[in-house]
Each structure stands twice: as structure tokens, then as C-alpha cells.
Design a protein around this ligand. Structure first.
Ligand SMILES: [Zn+2]
Length: 482
């Protein structure tokens, strides 16, 4: 497949270190609050990428961290500790907060059909790995101690700005409001590997280390967890575009300095979800969560459908109107699939293969998900039987995960139920207000419907003997006394 690589700024043929096997890493959430739907856009697109690779025949080992320590409110290691902030806000311990929001994150993922990665590892579980890497970096002269903390020395690198979409000014540390520059740093882009001294005396989680009791910086956790579970050669690293700098830049710096060889081949960055007022964030405006979408009556999968309709390297504008349109289109798509008859013919393998081939080319061109959505409509229009159309849609949905066939089957079932109820309720008896006679007339109608004509005649004769005359009318019968 062709995939845009943010490290080289071009579309490249996707390659892996070991043929047929993808070592894939994803930066996970910082679990101090709910994820907003902008965060989840990244996870949806990464999920589609993973599923497409599997669909294409790759074996994938996908690893994700859960940040439960060390992530400060500025990604450049200054500001408040996010976990501590969450704990204070909710009067809970940091570990309680971490558990609660980790569960909430995976609940959202489940609702959005985002598969859980093969390995999910909380940052606090791998402290020994970080200590080993930091010790190695100190031994090799890539790190230094200052003011009690351990820093990575970016001046030791031949090349630091890998994702050079950023200019010098953007890289300046301390430009954000309320963030002070750390005077211990030798170079402005140096970053913390290990904190022992910080302004957070009440930091809840601390570990022993060769440099004193403290806790790891945010960036080191992704290098440590990836090396542990993906090995020394990473094929594909994913994240939101806002992670490209400084987080991913720092991951590359420390990983390659420690390993002594190139680390990750391919970088996949998903762009922002914007509102009309700019980039979606937790601190700005309405905090949009999956639960809020549900409360407002939307199917979370309609949001997934909305995300798939645009390319991951383009900003996507969210508005309620756009989501309404997506929900409407999603419902119509399901209805069209429900109208297909699974018993219509046998699957035509040749047609199925032909459609899959086209889909592989479309999606394989830098994960073109909007073309993938178009391919669903093309499949509906295919000149083939219902069984084949459903097989094509089923195959595509292994990548898109819109629950198309399940939802369509549910619609069919619902329609069948309604039909049955209508058929039952459809036999109306009109008479002179005698429930006993009504019941007998209805029983005669049902016997007729069941083609039990002897019983129907028997009831009619019985009623006749009691002076009741029956006239059949469309959808029922009318009776009267002689
Ligand atoms: Zn990361």
C-alpha cells in the first residue's frame, strides 16, 4: 500500500522490517479526563489502518500505552501534571482517576467499533525499562543531570527536527501562556527523561532510580513500551498530528540515540477535528464526548461514518448539521442493505474478488476512506445477486467496521415483526358489541387463513345456528344478528 510518511513528507510504498509482519505503535490517551471526539477521530483512523493491513494479509502486532504518569499540561514538560489535576478535580487518587478514565476510553472505543490493541500497557508498569534506557543515554553522553532531573541533550544530535513542518518559532519552549521555561535545560529543546525535583511536591506516584526518587517524563514511556513489545525496529508509529512535535520528535531522538540505529520507518499522523471556532479541545467550548452524542440521539457509528467520509490528512470540521447529515446517510445506507435478500442466489466468487481488488487499490492509496465509503454504494449497484452484494459489503466492513450487515439484519428482523403484527391486527371484526361472537368470528378468520376450511365452516355453521350472519370484507369480517 501507499502511505504518506510524515518523516519523509511523501507517499511511500509501505514496507516492514520483517516481511508480512507489522510492528505498530499508537500513542494512547492520557487518562485524566474523557476523550473528546476529536481525540477519537485519530483512534478511528488508526483502527481503519490496522484493519486494512490485516485485511490485506499482514500480521499486525499493535501496541498502545496508557499515560497515567508524567504528562504535564504543556507537552514540553512544564505546567501542571495532568493526572494530578484530574485527581484534584474529582477528589480521588491518581490511580482511581487512571482506572476510571481508562475504562471510559475503552467504552468509547467499543461504541465506535475501535478494536482494542493487542497490547495495552499503562506507563506506570514499565518503570524499569525507562530507567534502563535513561541509564544507557547517560552512558552514551546523550543525557545529563541538572537540578535533580535527567534531561536529553538535543545538541548531541546531528538532526533533531524530523517533522520539519515546524519552524523555529513554533519549537520555542515556554511560549504558551502560563508556562515557565525550565532554567535547568542546556538547550531550549532538551526534554526531561526523569523528574526528581519539580514543583510538584505532592506528586503521587514516585519510584526509586539511580538519580533519586522520582517519576519518568512523558516521552520516554512510548520509547520504553514500544521497545518492550514491538522490539527494536518499529514499522509504523501512529498518533494525532499534535503529537508530532515535541512528543514524537523526542521519541525518535531518545530511541535512536539509545539503540544506535534507525528506529521507526513510517509515521502516520491524523489531523485535527475542528469546530467552527478552531481546533477541538477539552478546555474550549462544548466538551464533545461519545456519551454526549448518544444523549442527543446519535449512533456513535454515525460519527465513525462521518470521520470515514474525509481524509485523515485533512482537518475535518465538526458541526451538528454535519453529523445530522452523516446520521441520515448512514441510516439510508443500512436501509438499502436491509433491502437485499441474503437468500438471493449464491456468492459469485469472481465478482467478489474483482470488487475486493478495486477496494484494495482505493484504500491502499494513502488510506482513502472516502473512496472506501463510495465503494459501499458501488457494491449496492453491482450487477449481481443479493448474496454476492452482501458478501462484498461484509468484506469491506471488516475494514470500515460500520456494523453494516448486523444493523441491516436487525432492520430486516424488525420489518418482519411489524409485518407479522400487521397481519394479525389486520383481521378486524365488526359486529354488534358481543366479545364472545367477535372471538368466534376472528377464530373463523384465522382458521381460513391457516387453510383449515373444515374448522372455518364448522364455526360459521355454529354461528348460523345462533342466528349470526357473517360477511367477509377486505381485512376482516362483519357480523349481524338476523
Ligand atoms: Zn507517545
Amino acid at each position: 500500500m501507499l502511505l504518506y510518511n510524515s518523516a519523509t513528507h511523501k507517499k511511500e510504498e509501505f514496507q516492514t522490517h520483517t516481511p508480512g509482519k507489522v510492528e505498530m505503535y499508537t500513542c494512547g490517551p492520557t487518562v485524566y479526563h474523557f476523550a473528546h471526539i476529536g481525540n477519537l477521530r485519530s483512534y478511528i483512523m488508526e483502527d481503519v489502518l490496522e484493519k486494512f493491513l490485516r485485511w490485506s494479509g499482514y500480521e499486525v502486532n499493535r501496541v498502545m500505552n496508557i499515560t497515567d504518569v508524567g504528562h504535564l499540561s504543556s507537552d514540553a514538560d512544564t505546567g501542571e501534571d495532568k493526572m494530578l489535576k484530574g485527581a484534584k478535580r474529582e477528589h480521588k487518587t491518581v490511580m482511581e482517576i487512571a482506572q476510571y478514565y481508562t475504562d471510559a476510553f475503552f467504552d468509547d472505543c467499543r461504541k465506535l467499533n475501535i478494536k482494542r490493541p493487542d497490547v495495552v500497557e499503562p506507563a506506570t508498569h514499565r518503570i524499569d525499562d525507562y530507567i534502563r534506557i535513561i541509564s544507557g543515554l547517560l552512558d552514551k553522553g546523550y543525557a545529563y543531570q541538572a537540578g535533580g532531573n535527567v534531561y536529553f541533550d538535543t545538541s548531541k544530535l546531528e538532526r533533531y527536527y524530523v517533522f520539519n513542518d515546524h519552524n523555529e518559532e513554533d519549537l520555542a519552549v515556554g511560549v504558551r501562556e502560563g508556562v515557565e521555561e525550565d532554567a535547568n535545560k542546556r538547550n531550549k529543546n532538551d526534554f526531561v527523561l526523569w523528574f526528581t525535583k519539580s514543583k510538584f511536591e505532592d506528586q503521587a506516584l514516585k519510584w526509586d532510580s539511580p538519580w533519586g526518587v522520582g517519576y519518568p517524563g512523558w516521552h520516554i514511556e512510548c520509547s520504553g513500551i514500544s521497545m518492550k513489545y514491538n522490539g527494536e525496529y518499529l514499522d509504523l508509529h501512529c498518533g494525532g498530528i499534535d503529537n508530532a512535535f515535541p512528543h514524537h520528535t523526542n521519541e525518535i531522538a531518545q530511541s535512536e540515540s539509545f539503540l544506535g540505529h534507525p528506529w521507526c520507518k513510517q509515521w502516520f499522523h491524523v489531523h485535527h477535528l475542528n469546530t467552527n471556532t478552531g481546533k477541538m479541545s477539552k478546555s474550549k467550548g462544548e466538551f464533545l464526548t461519545v456519551s454526549l452524542l448518544e444523549e442527543k440521539g446519535y449512533d456513535p457509528l454515525a460519527y465513525r461514518f462521518f470521520c470515514l467520509q474525509s481524509h485523515y490528512r485533512k482537518g475535518l470540521v465538526f458541526s451538528w448539521e454535519n453529523l445530522d447529515n452523516a446520521q441520515g446517510a448512514y441510516n439510508k445506507l443500512i436501509a438499502k442493505i436491509a433491502a437485499l435478500d441474503p437468500k438471493d442466489g449464491e456468492v459469485d466468487e469472481a465478482v467478489l474478488a474483482q470488487y475486493k481488488e478495486k477496494f484494495a487499490q482505493q484504500v491502499g492509496n494513502d488510506l482513502n476512506t472516502s473512496m472506501a465509503v463510495t465503494a459501499l454504494y458501488d457494491a449496492l449497484k453491482a450487477k449481481t445477486n443479493g448474496a454476492t452484494k452482501l458478501a462484498i459489503l461484509d468484506s469491506f466492513d471488516q475494514v470500515l467496521s460500520l456494523s453494516l450487515l448486523d444493523k441491516a439484519a436487525a432492520v430486516r428482523e424488525e420489518q418482519a415483526k411489524v409485518k407479522a403484527t400487521q397481519a394479525q391486527a389486520g383481521y378486524t371484526v365488526t359486529g354488534e358489541g358481543d366479545p364472545e361472537i367477535d372471538a368466534l368470528v376472528k377464530a373463523r378468520g384465522e382458521a381460513k387463513k391457516a387453510k383449515n376450511f373444515a374448522e372455518a365452516d364448522r364455526i360459521r355453521d355454529e354461528l348460523k345456528a345462533r342466528g349470526i350472519e357473517i360477511t367477509d370484507v377486505p381485512g376482516g369480517a362483519v357480523w349481524k344478528r338476523d
